[in-house]
Ligand binder design. Structure first.
Ligand SMILES: Nc1ncnc2c1ncn2[C@@H]1O[C@H](COP(=O)(O)OP(=O)(O)OP(=O)(O)O)[C@@H](O)[C@H]1O
Ligand SMILES: [Mg+2]
Length: 254
């Protein structure tokens, strides 16, 4: 498969997984790549951020439960250089996760579906739910790399240890999985605690922390809640620049 597959994961909720997937996907597309983003979270925030509707007849849930059912793909953007497609989700994915428990090859279902379309893309980005259940496991088994968005808070550090533990478990069935980088995804450098934790992360995880950090920025929230791409919002330049820097760093590292 030609595509580089990157999962965006952290079992902690609200740390910027979906904002990172959305905006990194858009920036990689704008830099001339063919990008597929996959919404593996039944909450469907990625689907709502990128598609005007969330009432899709076919979603990722169908393809996980029935291996003969092709991944549904919706075009978000395209131009002569690249494109951005979305595999949408719906709440049905929550019950699909339970049903998957009784299926053969339950950890490999997403990987095997992506193998069928991977040659059409340069990058596949997978957004995951805030848990370490079977949906996140499918995403980590399907990926070669994982990006870990995190807040710069003391409580987040414990979560990172937990996630590292899960990644170590995944290595049993996906030995090539590597952490592409830890991203400070909602970084407020004016707060003392955040500066201290950011420094701690850089001291302890070294180069694994992306040089780029994404500052807290109301435009990111506005883009997510209106469904208007960040790049099309007035006054969003600083936030767009941050994600573009991240995209360049991902291109370098991946
Ligand atoms: N850098 C930022 N500045 C301001 N708001 C942000 C930033 N990044 C994300 N947000 C907002 O914070 C909220 C949580 O972010 P997001 O949905 O990306 O997190 P998540 O990790 O995907 O959450 P969940 O675990 O629920 O899936 C959202 O409302 C989002 O728009
Ligand atoms: Mg999310």
């Amino acid at each position: 498969m030609a595509a580089k597959v990157i999962s965006v994961a952290n079992q902690k909720g609200g740390v910027g997984k979906t904002a990172t997937t959305t905006n990194l996907g858009i920036c990689l597309f704008q830099l001339g790549n063919r990008v597929l983003v996959v919404d593996m979270d039944p909450q469907g925030n990625l689907t709502l951020s990128l598609a005007s509707s969330d009432g899709f007849e076919q979603t990722v849930a169908d393809s996980l439960l029935d291996h003969k059912s092709a991944l549904p793909r919706v075009e978000v953007f395209s131009d002569e250089n690249g494109r951005l497609d979305l595999v949408p989700t719906s709440l049905a994915l929550a019950s699909a996760e339970a049903a998957l428990m009784n299926k053969l090859g339950r950890e490999f279902r997403l990987r095997d579906q992506l193998a069928k379309v991977g040659d059409e893309y340069d990058f596949v980005l997978i957004d995951t739910p805030p848990s370490l259940g079977l949906l996140t496991i499918n995403a980590l088994v399907a990926a070669q790399m994982v990006i870990i968005p995190t807040e710069a808070r003391f409580f987040s550090l414990q979560g990172l240890q937990m996630l590292q533990g899960s990644i170590d478990e995944i290595l049993y069935i996906n030995p090539h999985l590597k952490v592409l980088g830890i991203l400070l995804s909602k970084y407020d450098r004016r707060l003392g605690e955040e500066k201290t934790v950011a420094q701690y992360l850089r001291d302890n995880w070294g180069d694994l922390v992306f040089e780029t950090s994404v500052g807290t920025n109301s435009k990111i929230l506005e883009a997510a809640s209106t469904g208007i791409p960040l790049t099309q919002l007035r006054g969003s330049q600083r936030a767009v620049d941050a994600y573009r820097d991240l995209a360049r760093e991902v291109l370098e590292r991946a």
